[in-house]
Design a protein around this ligand. Structure first.
Ligand SMILES: CC(C)(COP(=O)(O)OP(=O)(O)OC[C@H]1O[C@@H](n2cnc3c(N)ncnc32)[C@H](O)[C@@H]1OP(=O)(O)O)[C@@H](O)C(=O)NCCC(=O)NCCS
Length: 323
């Protein structure tokens, strides 16, 4: 029987024009650059301005990923967008990215797993490709969390930023040691729904609502959940943390990233960290970080790359990819 793999052909990312530094925030709310950096490692974030939306950022990231892959929009027959901040309640923002790119074949849908959205979307795309339902997928994470933040709540507004990242995945017949998505493990436990949520929605309040978070509670669960799912993925592949070339975690907080890497036994030099530059961009954070590490030459063909995320729901998951 033939073995099919979902192979990464190209990556891309996009950020809004405006940078907002911690110093800029000091002028608006009761906070300090020192507090933010010490607690989170964040120095700055990008914030969407006029005309910049989840769809426009997602489109820009997708175009760069297609360029990097040497492909054109007509080559794509599946678009999956991970987002918790779509332009409209419906149609799905993925369909509007598809429209802007001029793709008329195949199918498109959004995946909503908040900060775990990208690992959910990548896993979903991988399964569709392996099943032969599509040949080439654009897997995008794009967010404009600045539009659901309560800018008067200093405990949350300093943490998030906007942006987008994208991967082109291609169904290829391969060998077990070749490139492609090797394994995914996804989890959800809705009993934690009140720890990180948006206090509005189409069916409850008829409003968009604002992000609310019990930061300490999230922190308390994050490291354990992340390491459990990573260890399970590596075990299933008979790999050890030492085999990983690059660890690209969801970029929520430098302290969570460092504690997870330490618990897993992954050297900090192998961890891709962009939270200092981008803040927490939710579903966009992993593909944004991947694109940076690919373009600066860190992630190369043949590397074993470990992705993981945890977020609202709670949802969490890990994906291991041979580049
Ligand atoms: C949010 C987080 C950085 C807060 O750090 P913390 O050490 O837990 O801080 P606390 O919430 O206990 O607050 C400590 C103090 O700082 C204050 N504070 C909160 N936000 C502040 C800010 N932006 N600037 C200055 N002070 C702030 C609090 O009011 C509190 O003051 P008090 O002691 O006088 O009451 C931390 O809990 C965290 O990273 N959680 C995980 C969040 C996350 O990553 N979520 C996304 C997951 S996808």
């Amino acid at each position: 029987m033939s073995l099919f793999r979902s192979v990464v052909r190209g990556t891309g990312s996009a950020l809004p024009r405006a940078v907002v530094t911690n110093k800029d925030l000091e002028a608006r709310i009761d906070t300090s650059d020192e507090w933010i950096q010490q607690r989170t490692g964040i120095r700055q974030r990008y914030i969407a301005g006029d005309g910049e939306t989840t769809v426009s950022l997602g489109e820009a990231a997708a175009r760069r990923a297609l360029d990097a892959a040497g492909l054109v929009p007509e080559d794509i027959d599946l678009v999956i967008l991970a987002t918790a901040t779509p332009d409209n309640t419906f149609p799905a923002s993925s369909t509007q990215i598809q429209r802007r790119l001029g793709i008329t074949k195949g199918f498109a849908f959004d995946v909503q797993a908040v900060c775990s959205g990208f690992v959910y979307a990548l896993t979903t795309a991988d399964l569709y490709l392996k099943a032969g339902m599509a040949r080439r997928a654009l897997v995008i994470g794009a967010e404009t969390f600045s539009r659901i933040i309560d800018w008067s709540d200093r405990t949350t507004c300093v943490l998030f930023g906007d942006g987008a990242g994208a991967l082109v995945l291609e169904r290829q017949e391969g060998d077990p040691s070749g490139p492609g998505v090797l394994i995914s493990r996804l989890r959800a436990d809705g009993s934690h729904g009140d720890k990180l949520f948006v206090d509005g929605g189409p069916s409850s309040t008829g409003t968009v609502g604002h992000l609310r978070m019990e930061g300490r509670e999230v922190f308390k669960h994050a490291v354990g959940m992340i390491t459990d799912v990573v260890e399970e993925s590596l075990e299933a592949l008979s790999l050890t943390p030492g085999d990983i070339d690059w660890f690209v975690p969801h970029q929520a907080n430098r302290r969570i990233i460092e504690a997870s890497a330490k618990k897993l036994g992954i050297a900090i030099e192998k961890v891709v960290i962009t939270v200092d530059q981008h803040g927490n961009t939710s579903a966009a954070s992993i593909p944004l970080a991947i694109d940076h590490a690919v373009r600066d030459g860190r992630i190369r063909a043949g590397d074993l790359v470990l992705l993981e995320a945890m977020g609202g729901g709670f949802t969490w998951g890990a994906v291991v990819v041979r580049w």
